[in-house]
Write a protein that binds this ligand. Structure first.
Ligand code: GLU
Length: 428
């Protein structure tokens, strides 16, 4: 899970972008970068080292602006190297043209049809300087750009298959950043200082802690247009094929980054092993008696209707689900299958509408699990429940029922307390 931060403001926003990346470091990354609109041009700094090094590098290069985007990358296409680090700039068509270096873009996710798009864009004269799938999006936006960045992004998105959260800006529109998401998380941070007219984008609310607590959780397919003093969200209307305005709730989110402090421990995994008793105690705290309603309104009726359980999860959550299968079959006597979410949607399976689809995800934003959930629903399995650690996450919003664990943020890649709490919740 990589990280994205973006902003438009009247003040120099680079320190906010860098601080945002630092708050997202816990997700892991192999390289990082920042790009701004400065002196009528795109400027960037990229590094395969830590965000602290990027901070020094951008200070050295005098990078400062009110409009910018930043990224921590976890490579999926192309080795971790500076030329593959985001932000990517458009190159072409025909490098000498006035349009060269017009679009800057960061991306979290995977573009599945990048080969086909790359061939098409090369044919149009675009030059590729990285091995990433991401670079095709920058070129595609440039190809569709005719003076309106929002329109160009909206048109480019209709060509993409896969998962993405993106933030993009254009040399010719100095005070504008566009964000969009499908399958990867992205939030809008609504600025609270009218004098700055600023608005933000980030992979999660924690990246904006101390900057704004006014958060909009963007929904699948949302495109958001940030400008000084205004923002505008739109969503593709399947029937008309046009983008229409979308109303989204602004929530007050008290994100804090205390979890990212190591305290007396040698490393995060050790810290989190010791936090397990508290995580279980916190998860149990709100329970007065074990009843279906623990999972939400209507759970009793839904549980009565279902005749099997399908658990969809990745990594450690998959192991928690595999443990739950033993109990569900031996105690509840309900047939249970567990699927690795990233595989499930790529094979033919036999759907049963009387199945309860259970997704397990620590963040509630795991792209493969969200995609698997969507696939299960498209197959007619409409009863859904999530076991998840973040009550404001996409997974909770998209499932009929939810059980929220209270493990707190987990930074160690090998899961400990999230596993313990998921495993416990599944046994309910
Ligand atoms: N697929 C993109 C790349 O390899 C984005 C990876 C990420 O989400 O960090 O550059």
């Amino acid at each position: 899970m990589c990280g994205i931060v973006g902003a438009v403001s009247q003040r120099n926003i680079v320190p906010v972008l860098i601080e945002g990346l630092k708050r997202l470091e816990y997700r892991g990354y192999d390289s990082c970068g920042v790009a701004v609109h400065q002196g009528g041009e795109l400027k960037r700094a990229r590094s395969t080292s830590r965000v602290a090094e990027l901070d020094a590098l951008s200070a050295e290069d005098g990078i400062a602006s009110g409009t910018g985007i930043a990224h921590t990358r976890w490579a999926t296409h192309g080795v971790p190297a500076v030329h593959n680090a985001h932000p990517h700039f458009s190159h072409g068509p025909n490098a000498a043209a006035a349009t060269a270096g017009r679009i800057a873009l960061v991306h979290n996710g995977i573009i599945e049809n990048h080969d086909e798009l790359r061939a098409e864009l090369k044919g149009r004269g675009y030059e590729f300087l990285s091995q990433t799938d991401t670079e095709v999006i920058a070129h595609l936006v440039d190809h569709h750009y005719h003076g309106d960045l929002l329109e160009a992004v909206q048109q480019a998105l209709t060509r993409l298959r896969g998962a993405y959260a993106i933030a993009v800006f254009c040399r010719d529109e100095p005070h504008r950043v566009i964000g969009a998401r499908e399958g990867s998380p992205l939030v809008l941070g609504v600025g609270t200082d009218p004098a700055q007219g600023e608005h933000f984008l980030a992979s999660d609310a924690m990246a904006l802690a101390g900057v704004t607590d006014q958060i909009v959780y963007l929904e699948e397919g949302d495109v958001v247009d940030l400008q000084l003093g205004r923002y505008w969200i739109s969503q593709l209307d399947a029937e008309s094929g046009r983008y229409l305005p979308a109303e989204r709730q602004v929530r007050t989110v008290h994100a804090h980054s205390g979890a990212a402090e190591l305290g007396p421990y040698r490393h995060y995994m050790q810290k989190e092993i010791f936090e397990q008793p508290t995580a279980i105690a916190n998860t149990l705290e709100s329970i007065t008696n074990i009843s279906p309603e623990l999972f939400g309104d209507g759970a009793f009726r839904i549980f009565k209707e279902v005749e099997s359980v399908l658990i969809l999860a990745c990594g450690t959550s998959y192991y928690a689900g595999s443990t739950a299968k033993y109990w569900l079959e031996s105690i509840a006597k309900i047939p249970t299958s567990v699927e690795i979410a990233s595989e499930y949607r790529y094979r033919d399976s036999v759907p049963n509408p009387r199945t309860l689809v259970v997704t397990i995800s620590q963040s509630g934003e795991t792209a493969d699990t969200l995609a698997a959930l969507k696939h299960a629903r498209a197959q007619g399995m409409l009863h859904t429940l999530t076991v998840c650690n973040v009550s404001t996450s996409a997974m909770v919003r998209e499932c009929e029922l939810a059980y929220i664990t209270r493990a707190g943020a987990e930074i160690g890649v090998a899961s400990t307390k999230a596993f313990t709490t998921h495993w416990w919740a599944c046994s309910c």
